[in-house]
Design a binder for this molecule. Structure first.
Ligand code: ACM
Length: 701
């Protein structure tokens, strides 16, 4: 990897950092000597998430083999393990042998780490995750009140490493940083499809890299119960198709996450989405059965029986057992999409509702939630649930996770509940990173009072698993999740989409170095489809299409738990770099303010790209017809050639100073046709190409 490509225009060039310096007067002197005023046109490597405050200086600290690390105060096992791990990463990034650098020392060192507080056995919601970095040509000082903050600082340090004049350096700067929100989560659904432990672990590494701090583990759903219970072994014995996490594995995941400053919040979705429970223990059910693990996704009517004491006795023992594995203070009970049909179909349950004066099934779910809340409290847990748990009378200490949108989140906050926003961060919408990035848990025009705003704990990215497997999971999460992580961490004023995209690609490459397969996974599917080591034409097509959304795919392809996820749509990624590249190049070609040289370079790049589409198109029909997994994309192959030709002609007409109106109308029709759904993939560049076509003046036909 050429680290020079990481150099980008730094959007927040210089912001002062007074409090840090005032607190360390002797340091102040040294720093003033070594740090010159920040360079307004300065460049720093791509950082994501952006820190709250940074001030650049001249020069930097050069990494050499004599690099040493010293701890100033706390240095427990968690911190020393994190330092070793990150030094190994820094070694890979810099090419300098650093692995043996960490030492216990109070003397001088290249990197000093000063954790001023004590470490906690279980990371809390209100952990102080702030840190500061002071880098001079002589040394690097990392200071934080917590081990977690120090870990965040090390991630920043890794992102800061850049090559200048052939040497790996950390640019001189003063940086102080703290998160905007305490709850910065990623939910992974392992109920619909099982995801092996290594998939979870590499995603935890990705989370740590961008400072996400809550792994919300969706562990049960209709299609599968994934958490081994020794008290209730049939849950996985009958409810998982033998694909589940052992208790040992779950403990390892919790430890792996803790080592990276990440809390693990398990979700056991009740009372709906529970067919896997009922397959195992039919006495939990509201309906007579028999039950089968369903292949069909979506909402199933079956639900746990909320009227029986035995249901609560079961849940009490189960939660108690899970509490020994998941030490986090929060426990997620799901609660979504329980439609009440099974309850209304059971005369005994209807009679119970009458007897208790329970008006409807939402109120019955409210009754259920209150019983479950008591169980969670008994085991020392706070309850988290999806929007639907918020029914009248719900105690105020329940945290509401909103998947129904900002209005629903705000409603909860006004009612006095803490909340987590998820609706705009559903990755299965296959939307561009910028759309997620711009969605804010507390938008600038929020009508919430300061007190209500404080109830918004943060946000969670949701990765539902119906259409995913271990090959495709990472590429549907990354790198888009990094842009959302920035929304959760960085100041609210950070809304520059161009800056975000310029940093997203370098960060995407770094995410690959921690083991994520978001780049290699789809490429493997592509190679397998094409039966070729270098499937050039297919890769050309794949680079400019993206998957249909979850809902579009569900509508046009029958997908269930057994559907092989091995088609062209599984070899393409949402918001590939081509979308922004083409949009930028077309903007440069059509703008009157672009310099002549830049416009010429953009024109040449576009011409080559359009030519490559025309060329690929010549062989794509034959290639795509080779397999039923691709043959539905034959029209896409043909369109790629036509759109490439349209682009080439548009460039020619732009040079000529005008285009026939008839030609323009034909090309716009071509674009309209190409926007229609085909083969579950959609082109990424159509609006930009249309701009190029419309850019030249219309001449008469
Ligand atoms: C959900 O998307 N049903 C939480």
């Amino acid at each position: 990897m050429n680290l020079l490509t990481d150099l980008i225009a730094w959007p927040l060039s210089s912001r002062p950092l007074p409090s840090l310096l005032l607190s360390v007067p002797t340091l102040l002197l040294t720093m003033l000597l070594s740090i010159l005023p920040a360079n307004a046109a300065g460049t720093l490597p791509a950082l994501m998430p952006l820190p709250s405050s940074v001030s650049e200086a001249e020069g930097g600290f050069t990494l050499t083999a004599s690099f040493t690390v010293a701890y100033r105060r706390l240095h427990d096992d968690r911190l020393t393990a994190a330092v070793s791990r990150n030094l190994a990463r820094l070694q890979y990034r810099s090419g300098i042998p650093l692995a043996g650098a960490a030492q216990m020392s109070s003397g001088p060192a290249s990197l000093t780490i000063d954790v001023t507080g004590s470490d906690t056995a279980v990371q809390g919601l209100n952990e102080d995750e702030s840190y500061s970095l002071i880098v001079s040509p002589q040394r690097i000082q990392l200071t934080s009140p917590s081990v977690v903050g120090a870990m965040h600082g090390m991630e920043t340090l890794l992102q800061l490493c850049v090559f200048r004049n052939g040497n790996p350096i950390i640019p001189a700067l003063q940086l102080s940083d703290s998160p905007r929100f305490h709850w910065r989560g990623l939910m992974i659904d392992t109920g619909r499809h099982f995801e092996p432990v290594e998939v979870i672990m590499r995603n935890l590494d990705g989370m740590a890299l961008v400072k996400l701090n809550v792994f919300h583990w969706h562990l049960s759903d209709d299609q599968g119960f994934r958490a081994e219970s020794k008290l209730f072994p049939k849950l996985t014995g009958l409810g998982s198709h033998s694909e589940f996490y052992t208790q040992q594995q779950m403990r390892e995941v919790v430890a792996y996450a803790r080592a990276r400053g990440i809390r693990v919040v398990p979700e056991f979705d009740i009372p709906g989405h529970t067919l896997s429970w009922q397959v195992a223990y039919a006495t939990l059910a509201s309906s007579p059965g028999p039950f089968q693990l369903p292949d069909r996704f979506g909402i199933h009517d079956e639900a746990l029986d909320p009227t029986r004491q035995s249901t609560y006795a079961f849940l009490d023992r189960f939660v108690g057992e899970m509490a020994t594995i998941f030490p986090d203070a929060y426990f997620h009970i799901g609660g979504d999409e329980s439609n009440g049909k099974a309850w209304l179909a059971n005369p005994r349950i209807v009679a119970f509702m009458k007897r208790k004066g329970i008006q409807d099934t939402a109120a019955l779910q409210g009754y259920f939630n209150r019983q479950v809340l008591e169980i969670l409290k008994k085991h020392g847990k706070h309850m988290v649930g999806w929007d639907e748990v918020l029914t009248p009378g719900l105690p105020k200490d329940v945290v509401i996770q909103s998947w129904r949108g900002e209005a629903s989140l705000a409603h909860g906050a006004i009612e006095g509940y803490q909340g987590i926003l998820s609706h705009p961060y559903y990755l299965d919408a296959e939307a561009p990173a910028e759309q997620h990035f711009l969605a804010d848990p507390i938008p600038a025009d929020s009508k919430l009072s300061p007190e209500e705003q404080r109830r918004i704990l943060g946000g969670e990215i949701c990765m539902w698993g119906e259409q995913l497997n271990p090959r495709t999971m990472d590429s549907r999460i990354w790198p888009r999740a990094a842009a959302i992580a920035e929304r959760f961490w960085s100041p609210a004023t950070d809304r520059d989409v161009t800056s975000m995209y310029s940093r997203l690609q370098p960060i995407s490459l770094q995410l690959e170095t921690v083991g994520l397969t978001h780049i290699s996974g789809p490429q493997e599917v592509l190679r397998n489809l094409a039966e070729s080591k270098e499937p050039v034409a297919l890769a050309t097509l794949a680079s400019v299409v993206e998957p249909a959304s979850f809902h579009e795919r569900s509508k046009s392809q029958h997908t269930d738990a057994r559907t092989p996820l091995d088609r062209l749509v599984d070899a393409v990624v949402p918001d590939p770099p081509s979308r922004i590249e083409i949009a930028t190049q077309i903007a440069e070609v059509t703008s009157t303010t672009t310099s002549v040289d830049d416009a010429a370079a953009a024109r040449q790049a576009l011409r080559e790209r359009f030519q490559s589409w025309v060329q690929a198109s010549r062989v794509l029909t034959t290639l795509l017809s080779a397999s039923p997994r691709m043959s539905d994309a034959i029209p896409r192959g043909e369109q790629l050639g036509q759109l490439g030709q349209a682009g080439l002609e548009a460039l020619q007409y732009l040079d000529a100073g005008g285009a026939p109106a008839v030609w323009k109308a034909q090309q716009v029709q071509l674009i309209t046709d190409a926007a229609k759904p085909v083969a579950l993939v959609r082109f990424t560049f159509l609006p930009s190409l249309q701009k190029l076509i419309e850019a030249s003046k219309s001449s008469s036909p």
